[in-house]
Write a protein that binds this ligand. Sequence first.
Ligand code: ZN
Ligand code: ZN
Length: 251
Amino acid sequence: MNVPYRKLEIPPYSKSDIAFLALGTILNAALTIWGLVWVTTHWHVVNPPWYALVVALALGLFLADFLSGLLHWAFDTWFDEKMAAISRMVVLVREHHVYPHHIFRYDMHHEAGSGSWTSLFFTAPVYGLVTVGVSEGTIVGFSSVVACIVISLCIVFMLQFHKLGHRRSKSKIIRMLQVSRLLMSPQHHGWHHSANHDVKYCLINGWADQVLDALGFWRWMERVIQRATGAVPRRNDHEWMRRYGRSGGLR
Ligand SMILES: [Zn+2]
Ligand SMILES: [Zn+2]
């Protein structure tokens, strides 16, 4: 594949970046394993009906997709590379809009940490409440833990699913999952890159996109935040596209 010459300077990892990402990966992996052990050892206590498991799996896949979209939207719309703690991530997101195929230069072990922290933020309270709290014997509690395991796994692999949305996979299984909409297809993700980078933010399977874009959810959120803070949506993204962009980049 012909990858264009890199014009953007990607900041190197600092030691604190590496430590932060490694810690997130370890904590999230530990919590996910804990969730799996808890589900296995409590199966006979709750004896969940099959439909509760189907709902938990579907809910986990939808919420994972929603969280991937929320994170993507936040980086595309509001974040700035001058924010020290997330500077490198913001630059990588900006680079992706200018040179989409540069994502293939980054490996899974560099990308799992950021997703792991996002997963932890949303799933740790549920794991804690259900597995150490009082509702461990209920179907709702059990299903919540199953949904959290799905979310944890999907969010950690989010950027790998994103890569699969950028070129046709050689694997028949992957292509089958994409055709059956269990994974995001290149056609679906192409919508995000073909316009103003302001639609189809979700990166797992696109289920949440169908709902959120139809409701105008992101534009509503942007109006609320702009009114409250005065911040301009995508200001930074537009600046980057002007600075480094392709001809005809943004409408
Ligand atoms: Zn993309
Ligand atoms: Zn984007």
